[in-house]
Design a protein around this ligand. Sequence first.
Ligand code: SF4
Length: 337
Amino acid sequence: MEIARFQRSLNNKAAKCFLCPHGCRIASGKRGICRVRENLDGTVYSLNYGRLISANIDPIEKKPIFHLAPGSLAYSIATVGCNFRCHHCQNYEISQYPARHHNEIPGLPHTPAQVVMTAQAGGCASISYTYVEPTIFYEFAYDTAKLAHQAGLKNVWVSNGYIGPEATREIAPYIDAANIDLKAFTDRFYREVCGARLQPVRNTILLLHELGVWLEVTTLIIPGWNDSSAELKEIADFLVAISPNIPWHVSRFWPTYQMLNPPPTPPETLHRAREIGLNAGLHQVYVGNLRDPGGEDTICPQCGIILIKRHGFQAMKNRLQRGACPQCSMKIAGIWD
Ligand code: SF4
């Protein structure tokens, strides 16, 4: 247990947490929406500090991050809890654990130093804060990311983007790359499916880019919810206006948890999304969760040759030379060393 950052005292021993845009007002003895921050006698504590429920070595492509050290390994960690309530959460067993198990917070205690040492011993180039929303284990992620940088490791933030600007600014110097889930482009989707709002996610994407964090964006395309050409174009236009270099991952939905009615995303929908993204001006649009040869390859936007060949989360071949196309010399944006 650790004193939570980003809190302010209110009357009657209540406190406001402003780590994320929910801005919970928490009465003494109660928890915030994420169920892992509790007000004890007027002070908010992070209850899940270092209590890892998940720790695995994954290919960095699985995050997905395609433009940072392709083919490298990322030590991927999570605690229980989340500030979203997505009906289609693939990791609901851990993200919603406290809400579904009488506020219990399981997990093996770890220190930041142990995480960094395990990452190094496993031959990882980075540590990834992932599986649930890492904002809800911010204090532990922050301490670990700082130590990881001192040890020469990179940090990868895989997030729903629902984090306050103060917290983003403080952790950004230690985050090398972020993949932000832009789940849809309507507030209705965020309110009805996730229990959140769209605008703060847009704000985080803009802020991370402004702060110089390498940014990739993922949209899981759900039939009937966010698959109209108009909405996909709006997302693509939003990203292009920030930078055409932002890789956009459009991935396949599969019925899960509380969203069992929509069918799996038809491959044609994903191909349509890819075309929409490329036509809007994005340089790289990747198709995920689909055994689709070519959909995960990095292609030179100028001369069209395959630069990085991928298959099933593996970078099979990388032809980039000092971050540039070997045929036409176009520089490809990313962190390639
Ligand atoms: S981090 Fe948790 S307690 Fe804090 S504002 Fe977000 S949901 Fe509420």
